[in-house]
Design a protein around this ligand. Structure first.
Ligand code: IPM
Ligand code: MN
Length: 340
């Protein structure tokens, strides 16, 4: 039985994870779930934001289901999420953004952002010089660029996507981003020839504009860490908000599934969070654990849910709290899954 390490975290994390677990329990899948305390609660109990034991549990699992963590106001804080991305070498952050119902989307989006997840501005060394000058060192390696490019093309091929766009800032970062772009085209030629996948490259600022103005331009985007972080929030904004965006952090040996949103402390504990992003992340986990039909049932049921305004969540001015939404979704899964 696959082992799933559950890290609810804090803020709205436990609420949305609770919702995703209820959905998973209602499916015909068997997992061995084990929870780990990570984040502020861990710090209060053990003096560290993630213990060795929690990291070991995550490492020894087949998948990690992660809610959200609040970033404390301390300069020496390193996010356990980043630590897991680095320690487990979760190098590909896959962020699909598609519109579940046109009525609450700003654009008819259906894209997947494949974000390099191990270097770039993340983990950057920041050195304070005199006179309040800070120098930040950003690392871009050929190795990391090549493997995220390979991942994006393979993903596009496996998911029947037609185009991969490389998003970069090579007009300014003329060595690092230029290398990324060059490597991209080196791989693109093979996929154009053998798999009929088209390719192009777009500057990140232009990409942000096109995403809003002409989102059908994009299919799969492959990009560096910070650009992917920013564009995936923009994409979420176009499909109803952060509550609708899932993600998968994939490595060779490990995988972590989390919504794109953060801990939203302003609505935490109020039964107001939209669990869709978390539930869709759980669906990505099901795909990863070779349960594509169960993943399909979740996605189709969610589509069905949002057709009826009575099922809408609070973030899009609907009546449903997290719990009510979850119960209604489970009812639809029970009633409709035979048709999906
Ligand atoms: C995300 C988050 C993280 C990131 C933070 C919490 C470190 O914004 O998953 O997109 O910047 O990657
Ligand atoms: Mn982010």
């Amino acid at each position: 039985m696959p082992k799933v390490c559950v890290i609810p975290g804090d803020g709205v994390g436990p609420e949305v994870v609770g919702s995703a677990l209820e959905v998973l329990h209602n499916l015909d899948v068997q997992f061995d779930f084990e929870s780990a305390i990570v984040g502020t609660q861990s710090f209060e109990k053990y003096g560290v934001y993630i213990t060795k034991e929690a990291l070991t549990l995550a490492t020894e699992s087949d998948a990690i289901l992660f809610g959200a963590l609040t970033t404390p106001r301390r300069r020496d804080y390193v996010s356990p999420l980043l630590l897991m991305r680095w320690n487990l070498d979760l190098y590909a952050n896959v962020r699909p953004a598609y519109c579940l119902n046109k009525e609450f989307c700003l654009a008819p989006l259906d894209i997947v952002i494949v974000r390099e997840n191990t270097e770039g501005m993340y983990g950057a060394e920041e050195e304070e010089l005199e006179n309040n000058v800070v120098v930040t060192k950003r690392t871009i390696s050929e190795y990391a660029c090549q493997r995220i490019i390979d991942f994006a093309f393979k993903y596009a091929n496996d998911h029947n996507r037609k185009k991969v766009s490389c998003v970069h800032k090579a007009n300014v970062l003329r060595t690092s981003d230029e290398m990324f772009k060059k490597l991209f085209y080196g791989t693109a030629v093979n996929f154009a020839f053998y798999n009929k996948i088209r390719s192009d490259d777009v500057l990140v600022d232009t990409a942000a504009m096109y995403l809003a103005k002409e989102p059908e331009y994009f299919d799969v985007i492959v990009t560096l860490n910070l650009y992917g972080d920013i564009l995936s929030d923009e994409a979420a904004g176009l499909i109803g908000g952060l509550g609708f965006a899932p993600s998968a952090n994939i490595g060779k040996d490990h995988a972590l599934f989390e919504p794109v949103h953060g801990s939203a402390p302003d609505i935490a504990g109020k039964d107001a969070a939209n669990p869709t992003g978390m539930i869709l992340s759980a669906a990505m986990m099901l795909d990863h654990l070779d349960k594509p039909h169960s993943a399909h049932i979740i996605r189709e049921s969610l589509k069905h849910m949002f057709q009826d305004k009575n099922n809408w969540t609070k973030d899009i001015e609907g009546p449903c709290g997290t719990k009510e939404f979850t119960q209604r979704l489970i009812k639809i899964m029970d009633e409709k899954s035979a048709n999906f």
